[in-house]
Design a protein around this ligand. Structure first.
Ligand code: GTP
Ligand code: MG
Length: 400
């Protein structure tokens, strides 16, 4: 049995549920609340564009803002599921739905083109391959990846004497999976520490979704019973610290931040607080915009030095946040950041906003860093651990 059928069986029945069940209703209500209560500034300048000098912000140090927020008490089991297993199944279903919904634009975009291609050609011809190649490149899979993919596909067609495009459709899904997994054991788990707080550092250019991702991840971790502290070390942009603090209140995380001060010193104080108050996890928000690569590198080095001095082994994770809607530009950002710091995972945000879901595959192929989380919407529940099977299901479910 091919992978295509395996994945199909795995999630069989998941979308047969009636719409508007009580559970979905609760989801909707929650997300409405979410949308109203916070306004987030959108900035979309790119990596090296900014000409302002770093000291601009730091000189006007009169209105110093320091804030410590205590975390809320954990809520009980909201849905009142009977057993742990039932709860897990429910969570799986919910997660599959987030994938389905979040990938609908990509489904309508490149996957429906793939389906049309299969209908259009009765036989596999050179024109078929040319069109397929174009569709994959348009889906942001990346030229080199597509070239390798096409070679492998042509080979399999020859070896297995395939002539029918509808048979090939399954092999295409199979091969896309192979591109991603590529003989590696892919770990999308956060490496938690046993002793002392687990430090997770978030980096990425401005506007990609760092702050929102921290809120979403904190929400997830709090649900899992962890005590989470958010640290606002994006002291470069006015309002950034306050934005994170507002999120901390909404998701019930602890918070430490100080505007207009040195980011590394905020990190220092934040981690000290985390140790004193026995937090399990510290999520650190950093500035995406510094004048140039050298400054950014120096800043990150300084922050890492502070973390190393306080926690043995340093940060457990450095997650690079990339906006999926920026396509190949996002890949260039990953390469640039990879040159200046050690990245342990990627968070790919705004996958719901692109019709080119192929970027997940391209990133892994071109920078070799696993995608650990994906953002599929703007609410606190729209962050998912990246799971290749659910991703493929969400993308190709209409073809299955
Ligand atoms: N549709 C969608 N929007 C998202 C997602 N993640 C973040 N956003 C939106 O992207 C915008 C920017 O998000 P922020 O979290 O402020 O980005 P940032 O990287 O912290 O930006 P700076 O602090 O300016 O560097 C906000 O409007 C978010 O709601 C996602 O997965 N899907
Ligand atoms: Mg931010």
């Amino acid at each position: 049995m091919g992978l295509f059928s395996k994945i199909k069986n795995m999630f069989k029945g998941y979308d047969e549920e009636e719409k508007n069940t009580a559970e979905e209703k609760i989801d909707e209500d929650e997300s409405e609340e979410e949308d109203e209560s916070i306004e987030i500034e959108e900035e979309n300048e790119s990596f090296e564009e900014n000409e302002e000098s770093e000291s601009d912000g730091l000189e006007q140090g009169e209105e110093v803002f320091e804030k410590v927020e205590e975390p809320k008490k954990k809520k009980g089991n909201f849905f009142g599921f009977g057993s742990k297993k039932e709860k897990k199944v429910e969570e799986e279903k919910k997660s599959v739905k987030v994938y389905e919904k979040g990938l609908s634009r990509s489904r309508e975009g490149f996957v429906s083109k793939l389906a049309n291609l299969t209908n259009k050609y009765k036989k596999i011809t050179d024109e078929y391959f040319d069109e397929l190649e174009e569709i994959l490149i348009m889906a942001d899979i990346g030229v080199n990846t597509v070239m390798d993919f096409m070679d492998r596909l042509r080979e399999r067609v020859k070896e297995e004497s395939i002539t029918d495009p509808s048979v090939l459709k399954e092999i295409i899904v199979d091969e896309l999976f192979i591109i991603y997994v590529n003989d590696e054991v892919i770990s999308n788990k956060i490496n938690y520490r046993e002793d002392g707080p687990t430090i997770v550092l978030f980096i990425g250019v401005n506007g990609v979704g760092k702050t929102t991702t921290i809120a979403k991840l904190a929400n997830k971790m709090i649900d899992e019973g962890k005590k989470v502290l958010m640290v606002g070390a994006d002291t470069f942009r006015a309002g950034a610290v306050e934005q994170l603090r507002e999120w901390s209140v909404k998701v019930g995380a602890g918070f430490y931040g100080k505007e207009e001060s040195d980011p590394a010193s905020v990190v220092y104080d934040g981690i000290e607080l985390a140790k004193k108050d026995q937090y399990d996890v510290v999520l650190i928000d950093t500035a995406g915009r510094l004048q140039n690569k050298v400054n950014l590198m120096k800043e990150l080095e300084k922050i890492n030095k502070v973390i190393d001095s306080l926690v043995e082994g340093g940060a457990s994770e450095t997650l690079l946040v990339i906006d999926a809607t920026t396509g190949q530009n996002g890949i260039s950002q990953a390469k640039a950041f990879q040159e200046i710091t050690n990245i342990t995972g990627i968070v790919l945000t705004k996958l719901d906003g692109t019709a080119k879901g192929g970027i997940v595959l391209a990133i892994k192929e071109s920078v070799g860093i696993p995608v650990k989380y994906i953002g599929l919407g703007e609410t606190k529940d729209d962050l998912q651990v990246f799971d290749i099977e659910k991703y493929i299901y969400g993308l190709f479910k209409d073809m299955m």
